[in-house]
Design a protein. Structure first.
Length: 319
């Protein structure tokens, strides 16, 4: 990766612009280019953000652009696509519509000569990340889905509230699909260096309540959509964190969607797992020691995604 620290955002909707706003406030990038089918809106968004640059941590160039601007970018973030509808529509139900959109976007980006890292946040993110990887032909390390990054943040926040412990000291992961078949490997969940299951018992709480916490995580997006039509701040902040980890070559552990090649006994699908992230993208998938029940949940989620990819998505890519 070069030293331009240039990020291109494809999709200037609420998710994309929440990420852009967070990036400007976080600092650490030199150039931000916005691309969207609605060109007038994109110009307005770039102007609005740019007017805040005098108060940003560092100098940054912000502009509306075209796919040609991807050529020398370090990272291209894709948030474009049809949003999840109010009323309980699942992310997987979005798959067919967004596959066609994602295929067209990816082809245009690759045509520019782009050779950096793709970050995908369009839903259903596991499937759309796989589409980008297939269409682009990029190695799996350079196509990263936001996966269960936000789910994990929600999990840590909820647990921190229940135990009155800083969320920064909660080390727990949501794995699997970014959706209803996700799960939490509680055997690998800690507050500091102490197991959460043990801590829950010491606080006089029932261990079964941990699954209620996971259900809160699953229901969070549906509840937010019901109340305010869409979710965007949380994922925007999460995406800016992922971008920083890549640009700064952090070798930090984040739960992202990446292609499985047998690491957890499954292959051929993108799915959320903890992974080491640096300037090459996914350096390594972190292999946790799941117990039998947790492995069964992972297998179920993986098989669901693989079935949809094989039966519904691949045929669309060959049309």
């Amino acid at each position: 990766m070069g030293d331009k620290r240039k990020v291109v955002l494809v999709g200037a909707g609420m998710v994309g612009m929440s990420m852009a706003y967070s990036l400007v406030n976080r600092g650490g990038i030199n150039e931000l280019v916005l691309i969207d089918i609605n060109k007038e809106k994109t110009i307005g968004e770039a102007m609005d953000l740019a007017h805040g640059v005098p108060f940003a941590p560092g100098k940054i160039e912000i502009k509306a652009g075209e796919y040609e601007d991807c050529e020398d970018a370090d990272i291209v973030v894709i948030t474009a696509g049809v949003p999840q509808k109010q009323g309980g529509e699942t992310r997987l139900e979005l798959a067919k519509t967004n596959t066609k959109i994602m295929k067209d976007i990816t082809e245009n980006i690759v045509k520019s000569g782009f050779n950096g890292v793709f970050v995908v946040a369009s839903n259903p993110v596991d499937l759309m990340s796989h589409v980008v990887q297939k269409v682009s032909g990029f190695p799996k390390s350079k196509v990263i889905g936001s996966g269960t990054l936000l789910d994990t943040a929600r999990l840590r926040y909820i647990i921190s509230q229940k135990l009155n412990i800083s969320s920064k000291n909660i080390h727990a992961y949501v794995m699997g699909e970014h959706g209803d078949s996700s799960f939490v490997p509680w055997s690998q969940a800690f507050a500091g260096c102490k197991g959460l299951v043990e801590m829950y018992k010491e606080h006089g709480k029932k261990v079964e309540e941990l699954e209620d916490v996971h259900q809160e995580v699953i229901n969070a997006a549906y509840e937010i959509i019901e109340k305010k039509k869409a979710t965007y701040y949380g994922i925007g902040i999460a995406l800016s964190r992922l971008i920083t980890a890549i640009l700064d070559d952090e070798n930090t552990i984040l739960t992202v969607s990446t292609l499985q090649e047998g690491e957890y006994g499954q292959s051929g699908m993108y799915i959320g797992v903890p992974a080491i992230i640096n300037n090459g993208g996914v350096k390594e998938i972190l292999k946790l020691n799941l117990n039998k029940q947790e492995q069964a949940k992972f297998d179920k989620s993986a098989k669901l995604l693989k079935q949809i990819m094989d039966e519904e998505i691949y045929p669309l890519l060959t049309e």
